[in-house]
Design a protein around this ligand. Sequence first.
Ligand code: AMP
Length: 243
Amino acid sequence: MGVEKVPKYNIPTKKVEYVFIELDKMKPHEQLVQKELEEFIESITGSGDFWKPMLLAKVPGEDMYLIVDGHHRWAGLEKLGAKKAPSVILDYFSDDVKVYTWYPAFKGDLNKVIERLKAEGLEVLEDKEAEEKAERGEIAFALVGKEKIFTVPGALNEQKKVSKVLDEMSVEGEIELIYYGLKEDAREDMGKGEIDYVFIRKAPGKEEVMELVKRGEVYSPKTTRHVLPFIPDKIDVKLEDLF
Ligand code: AMP
């Protein structure tokens, strides 16, 4: 998994109410990253303390909750045989909850990346209009560099393939992978030569996220970036109390 670069928001921490929600009432909206799952399991089994509540939102019309934040905590606890997790229930459609996306960027050899994307069956076409198309949600990604811009046609499945290729190439040390919270930061770093290319896509809307989970589908990792006006305070719950 790559490094994250997010804007400095200065979000205050806040003591919030949490409730225990059954793990089998939670629905993911993103694929998991194996390494993050392993790290969580190592941490929780090492300390025996669960300190970061899940962030959930009621799925309208279903007795289920969307996992807004906490995919690896959910999967990790399930794997350990736990039954429930301390959770903060959000009013998802309130203006307080914002959804943005992450922009994967890399430093490395463009030709190698294109080769690997093509090996997955993806097309990579030079296209000056790519960024506008990406922002309108018409293509999977625009691949934007200083001089060249490409279209990667497709939608959700193609985004998953791109994500898989980047993750693999990062693990192999072929590229340096950085996820940007803001396109502007990526552009600035590109100007400084810190990255070579950034993948741009349209951020999903909240309705889209809900529709996706209702269909039982998931996005690729780091498709959504949810921002709240607060960060929940740490809690002190024993792992053994989650069985
Ligand atoms: P995710 O559940 O997708 O947000 O990813 C795993 C998260 O678990 C990371 O954000 C870690 O900060 C968090 N984490 C690591 N160790 C613990 C722990 N012992 N209790 C609760 N959360 C943890």
